[in-house]
Design a protein around this ligand. Structure first.
Ligand SMILES: Cc1cc2nc3c(=O)[nH]c(=O)nc-3n(C[C@H](O)[C@H](O)[C@H](O)COP(=O)(O)OP(=O)(O)OC[C@H]3O[C@@H](n4cnc5c(N)ncnc54)[C@H](O)[C@@H]3O)c2cc1C
Length: 332
């Protein structure tokens, strides 16, 4: 093992968008894995896999592909955790990586317990230093960054959930390699086998772009007073996903799945626009990975302005229509 690279394989559980393609966060995870090891980067896809998925994974540095047929039950975290365990036993990786959404964190914790190994969640940066795996994450609502070493051993594989802001998909400099596809058998634990999916439907909040994947997000705060049409008037022309503060969800203005923050989704868009959002630390801990932050709020003392790149002190009902008009003018 070199000082800054592992030589054992790194396993990545590939999250997929509703259409089946790998999410950009999953492709980013594969590129992170490529930067950690000189050995194989093994992508694990649960469910059917098509040629486009194989090509996309090869392009970002996967060198082996494991597939697991879970009989359509891959949305159950316990079932997916069993697949991770089976893949770990099959390829003995130094570390297994999963995405850090609700499901990913459940999978990571459960798989680590089954493997009797370490688990770290919501990691924002991973690197090999002096032959050791260093994992960094923000804690205490984003006010501190902490780094831990995680023993990366093939005989006790740690499972780490990685925050979507950690990487952008980058094709390897050497170009895509051949990607052999192998099926892995997944023996289900009794707990996973006990869970049956009886129905699945897309939540209304998901009708627009996916919040965790979106490059642009407009967030509805208390200051919008529940005016979802106003939020849409800005989000739609930007093709932005709509997020919300906990207050907006508590008020019933929008589904809980739209909540961004400590007890909601962590997002990493290029552009975040907060409308009537004060910027409480419980909310802003979920936007640490955001690129440009724009805030429209009538309180010039609101903490959101401390982290905003652009801020407008004003009433959303007056400012948003002007923003929309200006967008239309710029687009001709
Ligand atoms: C354990 C715990 C976990 C939490 N988890 C989360 C979480 O995951 N996500 C989350 O968001 N919150 C979370 N919260 C709640 C959080 O602390 C805040 O209460 C919440 O984020 C505030 O939401 P807000 O900004 O919409 O409302 P407020 O803090 O009330 O801010 C509204 C802002 O809009 C401004 N405003 C009012 N009218 C207008 C107008 N017409 N035009 C422009 N501006 C206007 C106000 O001046 C104010 O600054 C959590 C709290 C706790 C205790």
């Amino acid at each position: 093992m070199s000082d800054n690279m592992l030589d054992a394989p790194v396993l990545v559980l590939v999250d997929r968008a509703p259409g089946g393609a790998p999410t950009s966060a999953a492709l980013g995870l594969v590129s992170i894995a490529r930067g950690l090891t000189s050995g194989d980067v093994v992508a694990l896809v649960v469910g059917d896999v098509d040629a486009d998925t194989i090509a996309a994974l090869a392009a970002v540095g996967a060198s082996r592909l494991l597939t697991a047929d879970l009989g359509g039950r891959e949305t159950v975290a316990a079932v997916a955790a069993d697949a991770v365990v089976a893949a770990v036993k099959s390829v003995s990786p130094a570390v297994a990586l999963v995405g850090s959404d609700y499901r990913g964190k459940e999978i990571a914790g459960r798989a680590a317990v089954l493997l009797g190994s370490a688990c770290a969640s919501d990691v924002g940066d991973l690197r090999v230093v002096g032959g050791e795996l260093h994992a960094s994450k923000l804690v205490l609502s984003g006010t501190w960054s902490t780094t831990m070493t995680v023993s990366a051993q093939a005989d006790s594989t740690p499972v780490i959930s990685v925050h979507p802001s950690a990487a952008e998909p980058v094709p390897p400099a050497t170009g895509a390699e051949e990607l052999p596809v192998e099926a892995v058998d997944v023996p289900l634990t009794a707990e996973a086998a006990a869970v049956k999916v009886v129905s699945r439907e897309l939540a209304d909040a998901a009708a627009g772009p996916d919040l965790s994947e979106a490059q642009r997000v407009v967030v509805m705060g208390r200051g919008t007073d529940g005016d979802l049409d106003l939020v849409h008037s800005l989000a739609d022309p930007l093709q932005a996903a709509i997020g919300a503060t906990r207050v907006a969800c508590d008020e019933g203005w929008i589904e809980r799945s739209a909540q961004v923050g400590q007890t909601g989704a962590s997002i990493a868009p290029r552009l975040y626009i907060g409308l009537g959002v004060s910027g409480a630390v419980h909310h802003t801990s979920g936007i640490q990975g955001a690129g440009t932050i724009v805030a429209v709020c009538d309180d010039s003392e609101a903490p959101i302005f401390e982290m905003a790149d652009y801020g407008v002190v004003g009433d959303v009902a007056e400012v948003v229509p002007q923003l929309v008009e200006e967008l239309e003018r710029l687009r001709g």
